[in-house]
Design a protein around this ligand. Structure first.
Ligand code: FUB
Length: 343
């Protein structure tokens, strides 16, 4: 079943890539025809502030966010594929900070694949968490000597880094999930420390895994468990709000974000349905959820930068998130306007 799902996903990814490339070709042809009659400004990535996408001068994907002392730190992957290359080219992660969710300051690249000596590529999804005055960055990469994807953990003394490999080896690699038949099973880490100080790492593609973390945050503490979730594709994100735990994740392909709720991080998780629909022209949809200055935010990516944005040149967007009285979350409304400056 998993193999069939994976095969289907790969075919759909390829098919969508081809379709988007064709669409991009048409758009470029149309632009070229127009350019012959009317001079136009070259299509550059804008630097204007406000609205979605929030980062307009480079392609950003797979957002994770952390609130620290009145500042939001946004960590993203960096889509570097040139126009019409329909594949992931991702070598580094980026960091931006804001005190109002609208004005973002970029910090020097804090972490690259090459900072993990044992990794050989693919700076895929990641998340940073604070613990005991240090900052731990869990990141998916392609392992250099163990087949398939793996998860590394880097550490820094402040949220903007520089981060350095905390172990010198992967904290999760494919030999630790031997029942999984796909090479990209061990991706998309999300990390959470509960009120008692117990850390948890969740991750996965097709199968959702979790394991406890030791207090040092750099070693698993006990066996790797699986969670049964309907139509789990990837991108788990765990957060807490008003006494409920939420496990949101990308489902099916192209991806929607759906979620489950529980009173315990170890489950049982109750499926609650769709939180965010397919994000425009991006076949993936990867979310982070935070509360900041009394408001909840849903952070995700689409392919919204004209003219080359798409599944492999994605852009981070932010919209409001609202809860119902029973703790369930209202479906996100994706907007062009984005959010207003938080006070
Ligand atoms: O960016 C590469 C991969 O695409 C991520 O790891 C997934 O979540 C999907 O967004």
């Amino acid at each position: 079943m998993q193999t069939n799902l994976s095969t289907l996903k790969t075919s759909v990814r390829t098919l969508l890539g081809t379709r988007l490339a064709a669409l991009a070709g048409l758009t470029l042809a149309a632009s070229a025809a127009l350019a012959q009659t009317a001079p136009m400004a070259p299509p550059t990535l804008g630097a204007a502030v406000g609205g979605n996408p929030v980062i307009k001068n480079k392609y950003t994907a797979d957002p994770a966010a952390m609130v620290q002392k009145g500042t939001v730190y946004l960590y993203t992957g960096h889509d570097e594929a040139p126009p019409r290359q329909e594949r992931y080219v991702m070598n580094e992660w980026l960091c931006f900070s804001s005190t109002d969710m609208v004005n973002w300051t970029e910090h020097p690249v804090p972490l690259k694949v090459s900072d993990f000596s044992w990794a050989k590529g693919d700076a895929w999804a990641s998340q940073v968490i604070a613990r005991n005055g240090k900052f731990y960055w869990y990141a998916a990469v392609e392992h250099g000597s163990i087949k398939g994807k793996a998860i590394g953990v880097a550490v820094a003394d402040n949220p903007t880094g520089p981060f350095k490999d905390a172990r010198g080896t992967a904290i999760v690699s494919s030999d630790m999930t031997p029942n999984d038949k796909i090479d990209w099973a061990d991706i998309d880490p999300t990390v959470f420390v509960d009120a008692k100080g117990q850390g948890y790492l969740f991750w996965g593609n097709t199968t959702c895994y979790y394991a406890k973390l030791k207090p040092n945050m750099t070693e698993l503490d006990g066996p790797i468990q699986t969670i049964k979730l309907p139509q789990f594709t990837e991108a788990p994100w765990v957060h807490e709000h008003n006494g409920w735990y939420y496990l949101s994740y990308a489902s099916q392909f192209p991806e929607k974000i759906v979620y489950a709720m529980s009173k315990s991080l170890e489950g049982p998780w109750e499926y609650k349905g769709i939180l965010n629909e397919v994000a425009g022209n991006s076949n993936t949809n990867h979310q982070a959820i935070i509360d900041f200055k009394g408001q909840s935010y849903f952070i995700y990516h689409n392919g919204g930068i004209n003219p080359d944005g798409g599944s492999f040149r994605r852009s981070v967007c932010i919209d409001y998130l609202y809860y119902n009285k029973d703790g369930t979350m209202k479906r996100v409304v994706m907007t062009t306007e984005g959010v207003k400056a938080a006070k």
